[in-house]
Design a protein around this ligand. Sequence first.
Ligand code: ADP
Ligand code: ASP
Ligand code: MG
Length: 406
Amino acid sequence: MARIVMKFGGTSVADLERIRNVAGRIKAEVDRGNQVAVVISAMAGVTNQLADYADQSAELYDLREYDVVVSSGEQVTAGILAIVLQDLGVSARSWLGWQIPIRTNDAHGNARIEDIDVTEILRRFDDGQVAVVTGFQGIDAQGRVTTLGRGGSDISAVALAAALDAERCDIHTDVDGVYTSDPRIVAKAHKLDRVTYEEMLEMASQGAKVLQTRSVEIAMKHRVRVRVLSSFENSSGTLIVDEDEIVEQAIVSGITYSRDEAKITLTRVPDRPGAAAGIFGPLAEAAINVDMIVQNVSVDSDETGITFTVTKADLERAVKVLEGLRDSLEYGDLLSDPNVVKVSVIGVGMRSHVGVAQKMFSTLAEKGINIQVISTSEIKVSVLVAEEYTELAVRSLHSAYGLDAA
Ligand code: ADP
Ligand code: ASP
Ligand code: MG
């Protein structure tokens, strides 16, 4: 007998037919004698629709009320799944975040889980009951409903698995595992049987939407055994593991892209101590995250250029902040460009192999793709290029690193 968490994403519960399919999978685990907690998303498209309603109701709104609205999709699927399970003769009940409770901080719209009280779920496991838990939501210290950020049901699932000390956390989705690149744009991508926590974390944070970034962080910290697999087919999926559990480690494991970037350039910035702090300090105060940064070297002048990226959603605010600083920063022009994409090459093998970045640059050069910004970490190289080259860049790199399926 094992204790497991099974998570089902939006496409897996998109209609009643699919919810019945999901219920059948859960019943199979129960029939094997396992204790099962299920974490469920809203039906595909529902959270977007709910967020649109909030957006259209007022220009500026109370994020506590936004959370009340967008968390409601999961309530529907949890209730329906519990009904369908009961109809199959499986003992089950639904749990909203506050009923467990899943306690979070009060960062509405992007809250962090602080604690999950699993006492009652564990007690009911002993009676053979399945817990059907709404993903994406929790409750703060003021008793208000919170949500965990888009894609947040993955976080709920992994955090619940950690709290339950579950043997594994199965993330069921519309692909049969983690691929070397997004299979929607790279037809030759192949499924990885195993991927390290570190690579998965980097892939998620660089744009591979298959797992939400923070869910991977929690899995890594608590050593939760996460598996990504299909809701629709029977296959073994991808297991996220420690590095020493991989026998033959490829140098590069994946190519990702993120269209969520926008570029800002400040020209003729006075080249003096405090210039960068004067730009990035106010952006940080405005809670604007800056990702890639380059500063040009000023050889024969006392001015420099600084280029950096923010998320597309923050671009307008960032521009406003910087325009307000024009007099104090004494920069020349402020240029912004939302039509960029960040493409990244990821692999733990980069630690021990040279030439990985060079291959990236030469491959893009051969395709005539200009690199605008570069950033690196120990296991990743990222470049910013024009958005129109997304597919060409990702596919060419995928081939260049020998990742194409045979
Ligand atoms: P869910 O609704 O089940 O949470 P998501 O849409 O959030 O599903 O995540 C699954 C999608 O992630 C896939 O359909 C796929 O297009 C995308 N994806 C992006 N990068 C990858 C990758 N490297 N491997 C697998 N899927 C990926
Ligand atoms: N329904 C939420 C969303 O679409 C959470 C999730 O599906 O992971 O963002
Ligand atoms: Mg998802």
